[in-house]
Structure formats: structure tokens, C-alpha cells
Design a protein around this ligand. Sequence first.
Ligand SMILES: Nc1nc2c(c(=O)[nH]1)N[C@H]1C(S)=C(S)[C@@H](COP(=O)(O)O)O[C@H]1N2
Ligand SMILES: [Mo]
Length: 155
Amino acid sequence: MKKVLSLLFIILIIASLVGCGQSTETKGEAEWSITIETGDKTVEFTSLDAEEVGIETIKATMKKKDGTVKEQEWTGVKLAGVLEHAGVESFNSVVVEATDGYSKEYDTSLVNSEGTFLGITIDGKELGEDGPVQLVANGKGTKWWIKNVDKIIVK
Ligand SMILES: Nc1nc2c(c(=O)[nH]1)N[C@H]1C(S)=C(S)[C@@H](COP(=O)(O)O)O[C@H]1N2
Ligand SMILES: [Mo]
């Protein structure tokens, strides 16, 4: 009887180890990835990293050129949280660049603002041709809202 029990115990341990192996494998599938360049290293920031940082629901208002404002409900991760996750401790400014080459430079106060974040969904929907991620700058004009974010360069 003792032999049977210890055999069962060993099988249980092996089964749980195999189970762990599988869960780390499924963790490898990121939906999107952007690049973060710091002075000394280049790292990837993926949808899985975003989940680790913590995806929040944030309301943001865009100032349109005709003077009107548009409020939308976003999910995303704060830019400051992205930088912290990438191990960035200090910076003077951050350049956010899109796949089409469009870019803007954000100063420390704008980067650390609650309303500056990597937006992932807007009003419950994925971003489609503006995505997979868009830089949202709550309260700022449309030129600060960078679609198709490709790279974050820390200066
Ligand atoms: N990737 C990318 N994002 C961008 C731009 C761009 O050229 N490329 N232009 C910006 C500017 S100047 C404006 S006014 C708005 C235009 O957004 P709309 O086409 O949705 O009005 O996108 C902003 N984000
Ligand atoms: Mo613009």
C-alpha cells in the first residue's frame, strides 16, 4: 500500500511539473510588441508586459482642431509605468515614434502625467488601423496622440 501511495505521489509531482512547463510556454504569445531604446540597451515591451504593469481604464479628452473636445474611454498602461517596467530610472525626455516615422518629444512632466499612456482599446474596441497601440495624451491636441506606436526612445 505504501509503495502505491509513493508511486502516486511521484506521478503527481511529475504531472505538476509538466503543467508548469506548459503554462510558461503559453505566456510566450504576445499580441503586440514595441521597442524601448534607452542609452545603453534596447528592450521589447509586449502586451504581456502591459498585463504585468496593469492595464487600467482611463477616460481621456482630445482637443480637436475645430476647438471641440472629444471624451473617450480607453484601456491602457501609463507611459511612466512602461518606463519603470523597462528599468528606466531617470530621463530628460522621451521620444515616441510611429511606424510611419511620425514622432513627438514628451518632457518629464508630460511623461509622468496620469493622462499620458499607451492606449490599447478605445470605447471597448481594438484600435484597428491606428493600433495595436496609440499614445494617448489626455487634454492635449491631436498632434500628441501618436498612432501605431513603434518605438519609445529615452533621452
Ligand atoms: N502615426 C501617426 N500618428 C499621428 C500622425 C501621423 O502622421 N502619424 N499625425 C498626428 C496629427 S498632427 C494629427 S492632427 C492626428 C490626426 O488624426 P486623425 O487623422 O484621426 O484626425 O494624428 C496624429 N497622430
Ligand atoms: Mo495635425
